[in-house]
Design a protein around this ligand. Structure first.
Ligand SMILES: Cc1cc2nc3c(=O)[nH]c(=O)nc-3n(C[C@H](O)[C@H](O)[C@H](O)COP(=O)(O)OP(=O)(O)OC[C@H]3O[C@@H](n4cnc5c(N)ncnc54)[C@H](O)[C@@H]3O)c2cc1C
Length: 455
């Protein structure tokens, strides 16, 4: 038997940040994981007046391994959550500076009617905390220190809630809701429990990062990207890139990621990081261990919609749990936040319907909507990632394409999905047509009823 009293552990929300967490352990919607996907979903659900319970296993603020880079696509999602990006703590950038072996090229973010003209950086230590607070401010109830251990599934195989252990004493709690949002990141514990497995044909990447104090680079207005990574001088170009992102607070976030598809494997990324940083200009201070802050940390990036279906039997997958990181760029935050918003819109619509069959039909719109928005883009990106695992193609891209200003001004829109399909220029029209020409993939069948606990 599980405890039925609400847990004592609540979010450390200061009184001026929003209402104190209250209410019971049942809700209209349970969101598992307060990363960008979960907080976005919780915010947009709470704005509709729904009772939202946001369960997060960590206590905020907490570290999350990331490059901390936000393109205009991510900034748009922040603005849609009512975040003030002019406030202290954000560092703006105006584009990307691409480095190849012998030169560099600055490319500004494209002008667009759909996206703001600037990007940002902010440490995930602050960023996730801020987004979770914004969800609380909108009315969501946040329980931190609440680790979800399993979905609760009824006899028909439908998710009816979750089981969790809460607080230092690990008190077991059962929470019920007609819809559960899985925003639990790359581990995708809830999806796995329902038998929603990863598609091995879709790419995964592994990335490492470390902070460095760098007075020379911390305030730079561009995100630095190294398109040519080699394990040894003269060796083959590797399928990935390195980055130095200015944080504006005296530090930079330096890291690299390699994509791993069926055709390629990662290798020793920590050693590769040292090798690559030793080639950066000495004045940047990234070769010097004394300037490093914290450990080198690594994590996986699930790409190309590599876990589907994105909706099954009461469980909605958002962000990394649905493998939504872009195979083009390794960006995951904008797609996590967008999927959270789309999920919120459709769940709100579903819960307004009077009967269960109707609600279910509406919820099935979610995977179609995600596919319509980004399915083809991810599919084309998967082919791009596979191409880069061929050394000759990787060398051609870094040696030729990335050196041409005209090609790169077009490429940046494709790499970061910033094409303007409403009233954009000729390049936008060509790129939009290219993505639309990618054949749609057959929807994935629902996962078999298995592995989850029933009650
Ligand atoms: C090294 C590296 C660099 C990256 N750089 C960038 C970048 O510069 N820009 C960019 O856009 N993307 C970047 N990404 C990708 C980005 O970090 C992810 O795509 C993004 O964090 C996904 O958000 P999410 O909310 O889906 O998952 P997460 O951010 O992983 O959040 C999941 C949350 O769920 C919680 N959780 C997990 N399991 C449970 C459970 N059982 N119970 C309760 N809570 C649980 C976790 O504690 C966490 O808070 C990078 C990734 C890596 C690894």
């Amino acid at each position: 038997m599980t405890d039925t009293t609400p847990p004592a552990v609540t979010a450390p929300v200061p009184p001026d940040q929003g209402p104190a967490p209250s209410g019971g352990q049942d809700a209209d919607v349970i969101v598992v994981g307060a990363g960008p996907a979960g907080s976005s979903a919780a915010y947009h659900l709470a704005r509709q007046g729904l009772d939202v319970l946001l369960l997060e296993k960590s206590d905020f603020p907490r570290e999350k391994v990331c490059g901390d880079g936000l393109t205009p696509r991510a900034v748009r999602q922040l603005l849609r959550m009512g975040i003030d990006t002019a406030a202290e703590g954000w560092h703006r950038n105006r584009g990307v500076r691409f480095y190849s072996a012998h030169d560099s090229l600055e490319v500004d973010w494209p002008e667009s009617s759909r996206f703001p003209g600037y990007g940002l950086t902010r440490s995930r230590h602050d960023f996730d905390d801020l987004l979770a607070r914004q969800a609380v401010h909108a009315g969501a109830r946040l329980w931190t220190g609440a680790r979800v251990t399993a979905p609760v599934v009824d006899r028909a195989g439908r998710v009816r809630g979750v089981e969790a252990v809460v607080g230092k004493e690990k008190r077991p709690v059962t929470c019920a809701a007609p819809v559960v949002v899985a925003a639990d990141g790359v581990s995708a514990r809830l999806a796995v429990a329902l038998g929603v497995d990863r598609d091995p044909a879709r790419p995964m990447a592994t990335a490492v990062r470390r902070y460095y104090r760098s007075p020379a680079r911390h305030a730079d207005p561009y995100l630095d990207v190294w398109s040519e990574l080699r394990a040894r001088p003269g060796g083959p170009a590797l399928p990935g890139y390195g980055w130095v992102f200015p944080m504006g607070d005296g530090r930079v976030n330096a890291g690299l990621g390699l994509v791993s598809t069926r055709g390629a494997e990662g290798g020793d990324l920590r050693r590769l990081l040292d090798t690559w940083l030793s080639t950066t200009p000495a004045a940047w201070g990234l070769r010097d261990e004394a300037n490093a802050e914290g450990e080198v940390r690594s994590a996986a990036l699930p790409m190309g919609h590599n876990r589907r279906p994105h909706y099954t039997r009461g469980l909605v997958l958002v962000g990394d749990s649905g493998g939504m990181v872009s195979p083009w760029s390794g960006e995951g935050i904008p797609y996590a936040m967008e999927s959270g918003e789309v999920a919120a819109e459709i769940i709100g619509d579903a819960l307004a319907r009077p009967d269960a069959a109707w609600r279910e039909r509406v919820l099935h719109r979610y995977p179609r909507e995600i596919h319509d928005r980004t399915g083809r883009y991810h599919r084309l990106g998967t082919a791009w990632a596979a191409l880069l695992t061929r050394p000759a193609a990787a060398s051609f891209v870094s040696g030729r394409v990335l050196r041409s200003p005209t090609a790169m001004r077009a490429m940046i829109r494709l790499l970061t999905n910033l094409t303007d399909d409403r009233g954009g220029d000729a390049v936008d029209r060509v790129l939009t047509t290219l993505v639309r020409a990618v054949p749609a993939r057959a929807p994935r069948r629902p996962a078999p009823v298995a592995r989850a606990r029933r009650r």
